[in-house]
Write a protein that binds this ligand. Structure first.
Ligand code: ADP
Ligand code: MG
Length: 314
């Protein structure tokens, strides 16, 4: 490839427009190439006709990739690994476990088991492939201060693993706000250069965004930032052939602002980026029901799991 072209190289984009685009998250050619004329026009304060021309130019300049035949993709799919959840039923629902090179979203109300599942995945990521693991390290982005080494120890012992070894393979960072959270994905790339990282957890993906961007006026901005964040995460997954598990809290009862509980915050952007979406709801006692929603290749269905001291089980 020749020297890298930037947003400012686009015809019709001067420094002022470039700056507005950058601020709105359109900071590379690909982001512009795949945007809609109306979104771009609004972001950069330009007419739609101009936006259409800019998008067309960006499509030419950006490396949008090419076509490959299905058999090549099938060959690539063979290299996808599956990480066990320690529940057979949940693994089956996911087609064998949490898939690498993809984002799996766990959404549900408070206490539905999202954080417990992420802890179980961290423990299992250390296990060998013969045990449904990835034989690898995890980066854990903790936004709600709910990462608990004590739980990792309990879950490790239940699988006859050395808890200290497991803890040494989990790289945890607290994210103090959404901006920090986005920076930590870049930081995670550094960690993955020096360690065999095959799992990224973001628990919770959306809490900071939800708290910081309040009201209807902020919605577009929030979605834009969240979209950018998700693309950085997907990029991490691709680069490292890593599995990614993110959580997203939704209200149990429909409320005026968020509406339908099964419509997780992040709205359709998150829906389109996560490859697997699991809706968790509480049932009797320690039981939780997981429902698979919108999978590209798996039927919708449900699995019943339990959350016990040992971790996640059938
Ligand atoms: P959230 O979806 O809000 O992240 P959590 O994953 O934190 O929910 O789930 C919390 C639930 O996990 C608790 O209500 C409890 O039922 C269960 N739990 C947490 N720790 C333990 C434990 N040590 N033993 C058994 N169950 C636990
Ligand atoms: Mg939680």
């Amino acid at each position: 490839m020749d020297e890298e072209r930037t947003v400012e190289d686009l015809p019709g984009v001067g420094p002022a427009t470039a700056e507005k685009l950058q601020e709105a998250g359109f900071d590379d050619l690909m982001a512009i190439a795949v945007s809609s004329p109306s979104a771009l026009a609004e972001a950069a304060d330009i007419g739609e006709a101009t936006a259409i021309k800019i998008i067309a130019a960006a499509k030419k300049m950006a490396d949008v990739g090419g076509f490959v035949t299905g058999d090549v993709i099938m060959e690539q799919r063979r290299t996808v690994s599956k990480l066990t959840t320690s529940s057979k039923a949940l693994d089956e629902l996911l087609g064998g476990g949490v898939e690498s090179c993809a984002i799996t979203e766990f959404f549900g109300e408070f206490g539905s088991g999202k954080t417990q599942i992420t802890h179980q995945l961290c423990v299992n990521a250390c296990r060998g492939e013969e045990d449904g693991g990835l034989d690898a390290h995890t980066v854990f982005i903790d936004t709600e201060n709910t990462f608990r080494p004590e739980r990792i120890i309990q879950m490790s012992m239940a699988h006859d693993l050395d808890p200290t070894e497991v803890l040494q393979k989990i790289h945890v960072a607290r994210a103090f706000n959404s901006h920090h959270q986005m920076l930590l994905v870049e930081k995670a790339k550094e960690i993955a250069r020096n360690n065999p990282v095959k799992l990224m957890v973001v628990d919770s993906l959306t809490a900071h965004f939800r708290a910081e961007y309040i009201g209807r006026g902020a919605l577009a901005d929030r979605q834009q930032k969240l979209n950018k964040h998700l693309h950085a995460i997907l990029n991490f997954a691709d680069l490292n052939k890593a599995a990614v598990a993110v959580t997203n809290q939704v209200a149990a009862k429909p409320d005026a602002f968020f509406g339908d509980p099964t419509r997780a915050i992040g709205g359709h952007i998150l829906g389109h980026t996560s490859t697997f979406r699991l809706y968790l709801r509480k049932s009797k006692g320690n039981r939780r029901i997981a429902r698979l929603i919108d999978s590209p290749n798996l039927p919708e269905g449900e699995a019943v799991i339990t959350v016990i001291e040992d971790g996640i089980r059938d």
